[in-house]
Design a protein around this ligand. Structure first.
Ligand code: SF4
Ligand code: SF4
Length: 434
């Protein structure tokens, strides 16, 4: 829907004062000049279509121009709550001459999807941002901290720059046997695609070990890829590195083609999103479930051995919830846990607040910190603490470290952050009982 040519602004009509007559009583009263624009057409004097012409030429970025300024997107944008943001504001900035390709605003959106949920014009930041960032990356205009992550991912196959051979080092501490397909390639039911933070981050490794014990106790036939696994890289794609994502996809598909498995279970909502939506666009189809979706139908059969005796609140990951419509599976698991009471935060489910980690935000905390009053994760932790819960439960590997840091920096250390897999493991007996 491109703008054709320059728009001619109408002539502004200004009055010193206006007289208004009530249509009910006939009474008249006078308004000062500051109100007069309410009775005349509003003029956008600085309008230009040049910025939109540039965006129109980028496949995927066209819809920013469709904005008609209703403002619905701004109050739901998590970045606006701690700064100045939202599609309407970006649209206006482009309208008055900002070059989005060279502006810091290009890197602030977490692609959380909350604006698209409410936008009547389908202004789609989930398409606009990756497409525009891809062009900016091609021009070398990318925040330094993000560039480092791109390079680590390219070199090592993981965003943390860790040694690929140590990808399954976490398995040693699980206390249960874990089958690695490269050494035991027989057919298997469940392939656990561990992803980066569960493989390498110390708190993620604890969740991975907990989930391994849960799978073992449930008698699941499962295995991992070990050193052959590479990140799926969906957040790198959304941050503008589509080429890197597609190169990783080639490697992932080649590795997966070597083994015979029925389904993939993955703890990372970002990887889950790519396997479910992006891989099929390239002809790669897998039966994939987020680990909460895998657990939800099984919880009724579990023999719980421990009551957890805690009040919890739950954070919906954007890429499990809004992007994939899954709000119930994690809640079903939480509600099955003995001794656990769930209190919802006011922003939850479809209107859940973003942790700030999506769309590359995971690696841009210093950069975004220059434009916001506090981190999104800090804002979210304060909301969680306000519920009075003992524990903030998460089911995305980005979130344990983000929220634990935020709990410290906001003085909410009493609020513990736990992966849902850890709570399930604990209620089943924990590490000592396998
Ligand atoms: S909701 Fe859509 S149309 Fe309304 S201001 Fe935001 S981007 Fe523009
Ligand atoms: S996708 Fe989320 S962070 Fe980005 S502009 Fe929309 S509401 Fe804001």
């Amino acid at each position: 829907m491109p703008i054709g040519g320059e728009k001619e602004p109408p002539t502004a009509v200004e009055h010193e004062e206006a007289t208004v007559r009530s249509t009910l009583s006939g009474r008249e009263w006078e308004l000062p000049g500051m109100w007069n624009r309410m009775f005349e057409s509003r003029v956008l004097r600085e309008h230009t279509s040049a910025g939109f012409a540039e965006l129109d030429a980028i496949p995927g970025a066209e819809s920013l121009e469709w904005c008609y300024g209703c403002g619905k997107c701004v109050p739901v944008c998590p970045v606006d709550l701690v700064g100045e943001y939202g599609p309407r504001k970006i649209h206006r900035k482009v309208q008055i001459g900002t070059d989005l390709l060279g502006d810091d605003d290009l890197w602030m959106c977490t692609t959380c999807g909350n604006c698209l949920r409410v936008c009547p014009k389908q202004v789609d930041m989930i398409q606009i941002m990756p497409a525009t960032r891809e062009v900016a990356v091609g021009r070398g205009n990318v925040p330094a901290e993000l560039q480092v992550v791109f390079e680590k991912t390219f070199r090592y196959g993981n965003c943390l720059g860790e040694n690929p051979r140590r990808r399954h080092a976490w398995a040693k501490g699980a206390g249960v046997p874990i089958r690695v397909l490269s050494s035991d390639p027989a057919p298997v039911d469940v392939l656990l695609y561990v992803e980066d933070y569960w493989s390498y981050h110390p708190r993620g490794q604890e969740a991975a070990q907990a989930f391994a014990r849960v799978l073992h106790r449930l008698g699941v036939d499962w295995a991992i890829l070990g050193a052959e696994e590479k990140t799926i890289g969906d957040s790198q794609r959304l941050a503008g590195e589509k080429g890197l994502f597609e190169a990783l996809m080639d490697d992932v598909v080649t590795t997966l083609s070597k083994y015979d498995f029925s389904r993939i279970v993955i703890p990372d909502p970002h990887g889950f999103n790519a396997l479910k939506h992006k891989y099929p666009e390239h002809g790669h189809h897998y039966d994939v479930a987020h680990y909460t979706q895998f657990l939800a139908p099984l919880v009724d059969e579990v023999s719980w051995v421990r009551s957890l005796d805690m009040t919890v609140t739950f954070h919906d990951p954007c890429y499990l919830g809004r992007h994939n419509g899954e709000y119930d599976a994690p809640r079903r698991v939480i509600e099955a846990l003995p001794g656990v009471r769930l209190i919802e935060m006011s922003r939850c489910r479809e209107n859940g607040y973003c942790c700030g980690g999506g769309g590359g935000g995971m690696w841009l905390d210093s950069f975004t910190g220059n434009h916001t009053s506090e981190r999104l994760s800090e804002r979210r932790v304060r909301e969680a603490a306000a519920t009075g819960a003992d524990v903030l439960v998460v089911c995305c590997p980005y979130e344990v470290s983000r929220f634990e840091d935020a709990a410290k920096s906001t003085g909410n250390e009493a609020l513990r952050v736990r992966d849902l897999a850890e709570l399930v493991d604990e209620a089943m007996g924990g590490a000592g009982s396998v």
